[in-house]
Design a protein around this ligand. Structure first.
Ligand SMILES: Cc1cc2nc3c(=O)[nH]c(=O)nc-3n(C[C@H](O)[C@H](O)[C@H](O)COP(=O)(O)OP(=O)(O)OC[C@H]3O[C@@H](n4cnc5c(N)ncnc54)[C@H](O)[C@@H]3O)c2cc1C
Length: 378
């Protein structure tokens, strides 16, 4: 009987890992010594950074969606199912109807914004964290002529630069339409600075000040009144809005918490060097599902390199010597003309941030490169 690697979650990280494994281990798969089983619940694969391009009408929905089966290497067995429990004690994952045993498991179940954490938020807020949300926000912004737009941001969230990028792009979008003067644009955030990385926060602060984007730190959303269009904070402040755009704190996928594997926010405790779930030598974790002290985004590609190298070594009976150094990178759009680029690892943040037209061009290439990355061609 051959060995089986189960990859749980067919988003950016899971699809990339399954395809990379299949490309490296074609002979073992052909001979029946190995099966790579990718289990995911959605038949459609969304390029999530593209949600912002949909909001500003730069891209149409069909440009950021592909069929998952069109992305998967022929050596990967693809199953559409929703996993309800991960059972490391029995070395299997279970759906409502069946169970899938594994020799090695890769958890890549991602993260999601928790709109239920604040009363009234779900009913009141627009967002760019799903395709439907992006389409609704696009339409809401297209009909704005004047008033107050409030962007309320909490941590942790995926898309390391996405909330800042949204605010800066929105400023440019409103200017282009000649309506910026009549709109009070406010960015309220839970931390003491605009971004966890100080140089990014410093750069964003200067952009906000030059462009008249009002900003408020330590903003703790307590409840929202959808009828009166007012937000209330833990400090007892009241903020009126015409359009509220929210980035609520994220949680891990429910299956992680339901399986008793997550920390208090449902992220999997993960060894920062080996990318193994703490306390289990056969379970690996990557992408947004981990509890690593890193932004949620920009690192799945680098993590998959390490994880795949180690799994391949292990299957060949060799030691696992590849180590993840926390590497990641992301683009941060500043306007329709320019963007910045931020690279980081566990011990290094960028010293300063600047933006340029050339980087904006490279940012435009990120979408096409993504589809090659997930197919493990790049
Ligand atoms: C607006 C926005 C902008 C962003 N910008 C950037 C950027 O510029 N650069 C960058 O690198 N990243 C960016 N990101 C973040 C990036 O999209 C994520 O970091 C990335 O998708 C994480 O990959 P993942 O595989 O961990 O999770 P996901 O891609 O979310 O995939 C998780 C998968 O697991 C599946 N799943 C979950 N639970 C189950 C279950 N129980 N059973 C079966 N399947 C399950 C889901 O259906 C999904 O397919 C952005 C995100 C957003 C929303």
């Amino acid at each position: 009987m051959g060995k089986r690697i189960v990859v749980l979650g067919g988003g950016a990280a899971g699809t990339m890992v399954a395809n990379r494994l299949a490309r490296r281990l074609t002979d073992s798969i052909r001979s029946g010594e190995l099966e790579i089983l990718l289990i995911t619940r959605s038949e459609q694969h969304l390029y999530q950074p593209g949600f912002l391009s949909v909001v500003f009408n730069e891209k149409f929905p069909e440009q950021i969606v592909r069929e998952e089966k069109s992305l998967v290497h022929r050596g990967v067995t693809l199953v559409f199912d929703e996993i309800k429990r991960i059972r490391p004690d029995r070395r299997c994952v279970q759906s409502r109807t069946t169970e899938y045993p594994y020799d090695y498991l890769v958890i890549a179940t991602g993260s999601r914004p928790d709109f239920d954490g604040v009363p009234g938020l779900k009913e009141s807020a627009r967002h760019f964290y799903s395709l439907e949300g992006a389409l609704r926000l696009r339409d809401a912004l297209a009909s704005v002529k004047k008033g107050r737009i409030l962007i309320a941001v909490d941590q942790p969230h995926k898309g390391p630069g996405a909330p800042l990028e949204f605010a800066l792009m929105l400023d440019d979008y409103l200017r282009r339409r000649g309506i910026r003067e009549g709109i009070r644009l406010k960015y309220a955030y839970s931390d003491g600075r605009l971004h966890r990385m100080q140089p990014v926060a410093d750069w964003a602060l200067s952009q906000f000040e030059q462009r008249g984007i009002v900003h408020q730190p330590f903003f703790r959303l307590e409840k929202v009144d959808p009828l009166r269009k007012r937000v209330f904070t833990a400090d007892g402040e009241e903020h009126p809005f015409d359009v509220l755009v929210a980035v609520p704190a994220h949680r891990g996928a429910p299956v992680v918490a339901d399986s008793g594997l997550g920390d208090e926010r449902g992220f999997v405790p993960t060894d920062r060097l080996t990318l193994k779930m703490e306390g289990d030598d056969r379970v690996y974790v990557l992408g947004d599902a981990t509890n690593l002290p890193l932004p949620k985004g920009g690192s799945a590609y680098y993590q998959s390199e390490v994880l795949v190298q180690n799994l391949v070594s292990r299957l060949k009976g060799l030691p696992e010597t590849s180590v993840y150094d926390g590497k990641g990178a992301f683009f941060l759009g500043n306007s329709f003309r320019d963007a910045g680029f931020i690279a980081f690892d566990y011990s290094r943040f960028p010293k300063s941030v600047s933006s340029s037209e050339v980087l904006r061009w490279f940012k435009g290439m990120q979408g096409p490169a993504y589809w090659l990355n997930v197919r493990a061609i790049l």
